[in-house]
Design a protein around this ligand. Structure first.
Ligand code: 1PR
Length: 524
């Protein structure tokens, strides 16, 4: 039996699913006694360092934890579970950590986008049971803005490069911790967890590692989900957001089955968008929650869910916060949530007042679950203009002239799946959302959606250049060359596609095979 320390923030469901997949049972810590009597303890931390340590203190778990690790009992920390072992973190300067390893946790200082999100390698410095069966060329899934800086090198298990080399794993005796998420790192992640669980004392030091690690460009499969006219929840796909063909909602498959298929084909992430979430409130629309629960049992890469994340009052007058919706999704297996329409309204209000309210969905969810858990999905449409003076928006000069030969355009944000436009441009929206605490931008484009004509490079370049958080390029992918184009002509960290995967036009493996000789890619 594996004992799991769940202090109540973030997605521990994936860790439970991963451990159960390996044939083990999981006991959740309810008291300090549960820690002291554990045979093997896993501590997956998500969210923010300060709130994690405060909750551990409130639950009187700090002393038992200290005792457990000081007695050299088997321990695996994940992400914040690694940070907790240090003296403290710049994320919450006045709150001490467990002090098991001397050193501090610091924010990334790099020109690369932060959070560090994606699949990166490790350079192993110590033999470990964790590395059994690894050759050193594996990639694991990272998502974090802070990293540990130990005072001495003796506990460093592995390092990773992201702008510079940082400590991505530590080990002192039986106490091990990794910055990446094994439970989200596909087969190799499950293998690493199994090594910890078995812990039969056979250690390995992988030999094939190169001198530096490289983060991969991510390929994301997107499933637009809604109920069809018969009431079945289906994966659908629009042409420029119109999902009906001869009056019926296109039905391209079942969400849980398709997600599993894309995971097995090597998708680096899966995104579900509940495209009618603006009218069906998700907490009343339980099938999406069920889809997540079922998917996360079999899919061990990051899952994002969007649609309907906003404050809401139901027909009985009961008020729900966006945070409640997000929490339900995280508990069901989501790693990130994506906010569409509500983000546009939040930004429109911010532009009016110039003030953060602290109560918006973006701020409240980021505060509890961390910036990396909040994705903003933008649905922009190109509007041509003759001169930048015509509008107050951020304008780009385009190489694709408009119908009247216009050389400029701006990108109007829309809400409710493109049904209504707002007086906010996509570049400003992305910038304000970053300021409010969003960790990633999912950049769709209504003009390109479902056209197979390639990504809107001008839009993606403009938005990516305006923010310092990662951008997912979306809409228009029709062939592997389009992915290469977006990765070489913009700094987008990942690219998302739907139609070509659903229609079996180009399998994910072919996209990755084509890209492999040009850009860094993860192979399962
Ligand atoms: O506004 O917070 O409730 O979220 C609703 C979410 O649903 C938003 O993220 C919005 O993008 C999405 N959505 C709403 N209506 C549609 C629609 O298609 N009618 N889908 C929709 C958005 C765009 C992408 C698509 C790519 C790639 N779909 O997700 O998957 O364009 O497609 P392609 O590769 O086939 O070109 P809220």
């Amino acid at each position: 039996m594996i004992t799991l320390l769940d202090y109540g923030a973030g997605n521990v469901r994936s860790v439970i699913n991963a451990i159960e997949r390996l044939g083990e049972t999981v006991k959740i810590v309810k008291s300090g006694e549960d820690i002291l009597s554990a045979h093997k303890l896993v501590f997956p931390g998500v969210g923010a360092f300060g709130s994690m340590m405060e909750i551990l203190a409130q639950k009187e778990l700090i002393q038992p934890l200290k005792l457990y690790i000081e007695n050299n009992r088997p321990f695996l920390g994940i992400c914040l579970g690694l940070h907790a072992l240090f003296d403290g973190s710049d994320e919450a300067p006045n709150i001490p950590g467990l002090g098991f390893i001397s050193g501090q946790v610091k924010r990334f200082e790099t020109n690369l986008s932060v959070p560090h999100i994606g699949w990166n390698g490790v350079l192993c410095h110590q033999p470990s049971v964790l590395w059994r069966g690894c050759n050193g060329q594996e990639k694991f899934y990272f998502v974090h803005s802070y990293h540990a800086v130990p005072d001495t090198k003796d506990a460093i298990l592995c390092t990773t490069d992201y702008g510079y080399s940082f400590t991505s794993g530590i080990q002192k005796g039986n106490v091990m911790a990794v910055q990446f998420h094994p439970e989200k790192s596909g087969q190799i992640g499950l293998h690493l967890l199994e090594n910890f669980i078995k812990n039969d004392a056979q250690v390995n030091l992988p030999s094939l590692a190169s001198k530096k690690t490289h983060i991969s460009k991510r390929i994301i499969a997107c499933l637009d989900v809604r109920a069809n006219d018969q009431g079945d929840l289906v994966v659908t796909k629009g042409d420029q957001y119109d999902v009906r063909e001869k009056g019926d909602v296109r039905n391209l498959g079942k969400p849980v089955e398709l997600a599993r298929r894309y995971y097995e084909m090597g998708a680096d992430e899966i995104t579900f968008l509940n495209i009618t979430g603006f009218r069906d409130f998700p907490l009343e629309d339980m099938p999406m929650i069920e889809v997540l629960k079922q998917t996360s049992k079999n899919v061990f890469v990051p899952l994002t869910i969007g649609g309907g994340i906003r404050d809401y009052t139901d027909s009985n007058g009961r008020f729900y916060r966006a945070l409640d919706v997000a929490s339900a999704y995280f508990r069901s297996g989501a790693d990130k949530i994506s906010i569409g329409s509500d983000a546009v309204d939040i930004v429109a209000e911010y532009i009016k007042t110039g003030k953060k309210t602290g109560t918006s969905a973006i701020e409240t969810i980021a505060r509890v679950y961390g910036n990396q858990a909040v994705v903003i999905s933008i649905d922009p449409r190109r509007i041509y203009i003759s001169t930048p003076k015509d509008v107050v928006h951020q304008v780009i000069s385009t190489t694709i002239p408009g119908p009247e030969g216009e050389k400029y355009c701006w990108y109007q944000c829309t809400v409710k799946g493109g049904r209504e436009g707002r007086n906010v441009d996509a570049i400003t929206l992305a910038q304000v959302c970053e300021k409010l605490g969003a960790g990633e931008i999912l950049l769709n484009c209504i003009d390109r959606d479902g056209t197979n004509s390639g990504f809107d490079i001008e839009l993606i370049h403009a938005v990516r250049s305006a923010v310092s958080i990662p951008v997912i390029a979306s809409s228009g992918a029709g062939c592997p060359e389009h992915f290469l184009e977006v990765f070489t002509q913009t700094k987008a960290e990942s690219a998302l596609a739907a139609g070509i995967f659903h229609r079996n036009e180009v399998p994910i493996q072919d996209v990755k095979r084509f890209l492999a000789s040009h850009v860094e890619i993860r192979h399962e």
